[in-house]
Every structure is written in structure tokens, then in C-alpha cells.
Design a protein around this ligand. Structure first.
Ligand code: ADP
Length: 371
């Protein structure tokens, strides 16, 4: 008996030493994280902060431990205005119980602003949230590179426009016989040149619009807009593609659809959706555009009987440069920028965009806009 007592005591000592060691080890791991890391309890009180976070924020540990996270660590927008509590990633993580990632600005102790990428995850223990951990890193350089990239694309696109319009004008003049008789073969070649310049112009507009959306410099000029007329114009502009592929395009609406919006932007959005529907629908298919109004919103749907979007690709469809593998074999031309742009533009108009799709059956894209 005494021997076994002795053993139990020894185990207890070993056990308690390893628990202390484990604590020290987890402390060391937390402190060695290369990104800033702040942990809170379930009430949002700061329980731990690592040296990177202290360096980034400019605080000493004793100035921050035990404080309520939202008042100790200030998030502001790009103009220096503090984010409301509900908009803060940590609040969203607490409310949803899910991991939240976002970009924001920290206001440091010395008053300067720093752009950071933040990920907040709830800490779950025994199926119960017992706090949250916020990890963040400085993204000043990333933002600077992004800005330079956008400026370069914008400058290059503008510079490409002038020579392109000269090519198009002269190709038209040649094709129309202003510079002498031409042979049918020569005309076909000139038409190919004109078609290619049109596609390049579209690509340049898309790139310019994307840089404007990303830099937040796109101006919205709302005007009373007749949606039926606007949709008819969009259909007219793409009628030749529908005719070439023998695709039946229908427009359905039950009441006059009038709303106050930026008609040029909406036209760009609808053109993108209709041209996708035509591009990804095989010959003899059909495309139906419906305008419906409910309460304060108008909904536009573009339905096609085309290739559809495979389930595994549906999550990525609005991502920049994404193209689903099922369409690439049918349609080699495409940039994967159209829907990214549509989403950015619709969001700027205060609306929403979503879709339903089944592979080999077809797709329906919806836009809802505030009236
Ligand atoms: P692009 O058409 O230039 O590839 P988009 O951004 O407009 O780029 O579309 C991204 C991808 O979404 C397409 O490549 C295609 O895989 C899918 N997609 C978009 N619209 C449709 C549609 N109506 N039917 C089937 N797939 C579509």
C-alpha cells in the first residue's frame, strides 16, 4: 500500500509539472505567432496579446490586458471614422459563431492608421464559446501594390483605346469601299479585323470598369429609367449573336418597370448577363428575360437553356478570372471578368445578384434593385 501511495504522489507531481509546462509552451507558441494575435474571454475582455500585436498597435501589455476589446483596439474606416460595433469583425464573429475575415484599419496608440487583414475565430471549448482570437497582419504594401496595378491597367487601357479606334475606323473605310473596290475575301478579312477590335474594346471597357470599381471611383448618376426600354436596347445590341445561333430571345414583363438608377451601369450589367446567356447556350436554345416588381424592389432574371454551371464551380462564379471547366471546352474566348464586374456594379447600385443553375439544363441569373 505505501508503495502505491508513493506512486500516485509521483504521478501527481509529474502531472502538475506537465500541465504547467503545457501552459508555458502554449504561451510561447502564442507569443511566437508572426502575425498580431489578441485573445479575449467570452465578454470580449482581452486576456492575451502577443508581442507582434503590441508592436503593431504601439501599446505596452499592461495598457491593454483586461480591457474590453472594442474600446481598447480601435477600428476605423479609410477616412478615420470609427467602425460601428456591429460592423467590427470581432462582433460579427461573436454574433455568428463563425470565423470572419475582413480588411480594416487600426488606429494605433500614436494616432496613425494602419491597414490590416483580420481573421477572428470564436474559441470553442466543450461546445461553448469561451472567447475569440483575432489574428491580423499589416497589408500596407499589398494595398500599395494593388493601387499601382490598378493605375497601370487604367493607364495602359486608355493608351490602347486611341490606336484601336484608328484601326477600326480605317478597317470600316476599307470594307465600305472608300479606298477603292475590294474583293469578297478581302471584305471577310476586314470584317474579322473589325470584330476583333470590338472584342478588344469590350475588354478595355471591362478592365477600366474593374479598376474604377476597385478604387471606389465609379460615379453613380441615378436617373428615372424605363427598364423595359433599356432591356430592349440591350437585346437589340446583341440580336446578331442570337440570330447567328438561332437562339430565341424573349422579354416578359407584366407592368411598366420604372426605377431611379444609373442606366449606363445597369445596361453594362444586363449586357454582360445576356451575352453570357447567349455565349453559353447551344444553337436553337432559348433565353428569357423577365422583369418583376415586388414591394420596394425590381427583379430582373435572365434565364437560358444552356450548359449550366456545375455544382462544384458555383461558389467561385463571381471570383475574378474564374471560368467553369464545362464551358471552356465549348467556348474558348472569355476572361472570367464579366460576372466579377457585374457583382461590383450591382453592389454599387445598392442591389443584389445571384443565380440558380443545373449543368446541361440551364441557368437563371437574378438581379434585384431598390426602386
Ligand atoms: P467569361 O464569360 O468571360 O468566362 P464571366 O465572368 O462572365 O466570364 O463568367 C464566368 C464564368 O461563369 C464563365 O466562364 C462560365 O463558366 C460561367 N457562366 C456565366 N454565365 C453563365 C451562363 N449563363 N451559363 C453557364 N455558365 C455561365
Amino acid at each position: 500500500m505505501p508503495a502505491s501511495n508513493e506512486n500516485t504522489k509521483k504521478q501527481a507531481v509529474v502531472g502538475s509539472r506537465s500541465a504547467a509546462e503545457e501552459r508555458a509552451q502554449s504561451e510561447a507558441i502564442f507569443n511566437s505567432i508572426g502575425d498580431g494575435a489578441i485573445a479575449t474571454d467570452e465578454f470580449g475582455k482581452i486576456t492575451r496579446i502577443n508581442p507582434t500585436a503590441l508592436r503593431i498597435l504601439g501599446y505596452k501589455e499592461k495598457e491593454i490586458i483586461g480591457k474590453w476589446f472594442p474600446s481598447a483596439v480601435i477600428n476605423v474606416d479609410e477616412n478615420g471614422v470609427p467602425l460601428s460595433l456591429i460592423d467590427r469583425p470581432i462582433t460579427r464573429a461573436f454574433l455568428t459563431g463563425a470565423t470572419v475575415s475582413d480588411r480594416a484599419y487600426f488606429q494605433r496608440k500614436n494616432g496613425t492608421r494602419l491597414a490590416v487583414s483580420i481573421t477572428v475565430a470564436p474559441i470553442i471549448h466543450n461546445n461553448r464559446p469561451i472567447g475569440a482570437i483575432e489574428v491580423f497582419r499589416d497589408i500596407t504594401l499589398e494595398l500599395k501594390i494593388d493601387r499601382m496595378k490598378s493605375e497601370f491597367i487604367s493607364l495602359a487601357s486608355h493608351q490602347l483605346r486611341t490606336p484601336l479606334s484608328a484601326i477600326k475606323t480605317y478597317a470600316h473605310m476599307l470594307a465600305d469601299g472608300y479606298m477603292g473596290e475590294i474583293l469578297p475575301l478581302q471584305r471577310r478579312s476586314l470584317e474579322t479585323i473589325i470584330g476583333a477590335t470590338d472584342r478588344m474594346n469590350e475588354l478595355i471597357s471591362t478592365l477600366l470598369n474593374i479598376t474604377r470599381i476597385e478604387s471606389g471611383s465609379i460615379a453613380i448618376i441615378p436617373k428615372t429609367t424605363n427598364l423595359v426600354k433599356l432591356t430592349e436596347e440591350v437585346i437589340k445590341g446583341l440580336r446578331h449573336i442570337a440570330n447567328d445561333k438561332h437562339i430565341d430571345v424573349k422579354l416578359k414583363y407584366s407592368a411598366p418597370a420604372i426605377l431611379k438608377t444609373d442606366s449606363l451601369i445597369l445596361k453594362e450589367v444586363l449586357s454582360n448577363l445576356l451575352s453570357n446567356a447567349l455565349k453559353y447556350t447551344p444553337e436553337q436554345g432559348s433565353v428569357t428575360i423577365k422583369l418583376t416588381g415586388r414591394n420596394q424592389h425590381l427583379t430582373i432574371s435572365v434565364h437560358d437553356t444552356g450548359f449550366g454551371i456545375p455544382k462544384h464551380s458555383q461558389q467561385q462564379i463571381f471570383t475574378k478570372f474564374f471560368r467553369a471547366p464545362n464551358v471552356i471546352k465549348h467556348e474558348t474566348s472569355g476572361t472570367g471578368l464579366g460576372l466579377y464586374l457585374v457583382k461590383g456594379l450591382v453592389t454599387r447600385l445598392g442591389g443584389k445578384v445571384w443565380f440558380e443553375s443545373e449543368e446541361n439544363k440551364g441557368s437563371t441569373f437574378y438581379i434585384s434593385l431598390p426602386k
